[in-house]
Design a protein around this ligand. Structure first.
Ligand code: SIN
Length: 283
């Protein structure tokens, strides 16, 4: 069966049809997938009954994989290329370390010196209702800013932190996180290394702009995040088991909504493709 692509929303995303990732994929099939990935920012593969090894092998076709040294508590002990995004409690009954993973608008690994090229998230156990993820197109976010705003943010750097939402971080965990991942300054406008297009690079884990106070920075951070996540730039994904969603972290941002009942299991596994070095340490 030939590969075909179906748009997922006006702004971004395409569903890839006619591909079985458990079987071989020719270079020409991979080239079509890669081209559409660059054009649409997100690809969805439904009904992929694949093993962990096959998930890792397919991901490797896009580039070198991160072994998640920046997130040691969340990676699988036997497969460091797999980041567990799970609310399944630990063996001792304590909540999972990744229960709240992704519940702020962000681009993966922006708080490191090698932000991610892309991520492949595999749905394994999905709540009967909700557990959705939203994605937004950061090319559109940049393109639709006024010329004045574009001029103002060109050359600006923002401090990205590895902070997570709400109740999960004790003071001790927050200190551990800060030591492991000290704040990193990243350009607010980045040029995509493969398409040459400019994209906005901001998110809810940004604390302030370099050389500005948090109070001075906050209104602009809030404005840019609100602008970037306008509904017309967004695709909302409703997960099914055996979905694989691949996204381009260089021109999209995403958020896990956490919109499901406490007690329902949500378990997904992610590979993270390394991008090109970007940013610098900023204490
Ligand atoms: C992530 O940010 O990688 C996780 C997204 C999700 O759980 O939906």
């Amino acid at each position: 069966m030939a590969i075909s692509f179906r748009p997922l929303s006006y702004a971004l995303g395409a569903e890839v049809q006619g591909v079985d990732l458990a079987g071989p994929l020719s270079n020409s099939e991979f080239d079509q997938i890669h081209r559409t990935f660059l054009e649409r920012g997100i690809l969805l593969f439904r009904d992929q009954k694949i093993s962990r090894e096959q998930h890792i092998a397919f991901s490797r076709r896009f580039g070198e994989l991160d072994t998640h040294d920046a997130l040691p508590r969340d990676r699988d002990p036997d497969y460091p290329e797999l980041l567990l995004v799970t609310n399944i409690p630990k063996a001792n009954g304590a909540p999972s370390d990744s229960k709240y993973t992704g519940q702020l608008w962000h681009s993966d690994m922006s708080f490191t010196l090698v932000p991610s090229l892309g991520s492949l998230l595999r749905g394994i156990k999905i709540p009967p209702v909700g557990g959705d993820t939203m994605f937004t197109n950061m090319y559109m976010a940049y393109d639709t800013l006024s010329d004045g705003m574009k001029k103002m943010i060109e050359g600006l750097h923002a401090i990205h932190t590895g902070s997570r939402k709400i109740v999960d971080l004790s003071a001790e965990r927050a200190a551990e996180q800060k030591k492991l991942n000290p704040p990193i300054a990243q350009p607010v406008v980045r040029v995509h290394p493969e398409t040459g297009r400019k994209a906005l690079y901001i998110g809810e884990k940004v604390s302030c702009f370099v050389d500005m106070t948090e109070a001075e920075s906050r209104p602009l951070i809030d404005y840019l995040v609100r602008h970037a996540t306008r509904p017309q730039f967004v695709y909302r994904h409703q997960w099914r088991p055996d979905d694989i969603v691949l996204w381009d972290n260089r021109c999209t941002m995403h958020i896990a909504l956490g919109d499901y009942a406490e007690g329902e299991i949500r378990h997904l596994e992610r590979t993270t493709i390394k991008g090109t070095p970007s940013g610098y340490y900023q204490q």
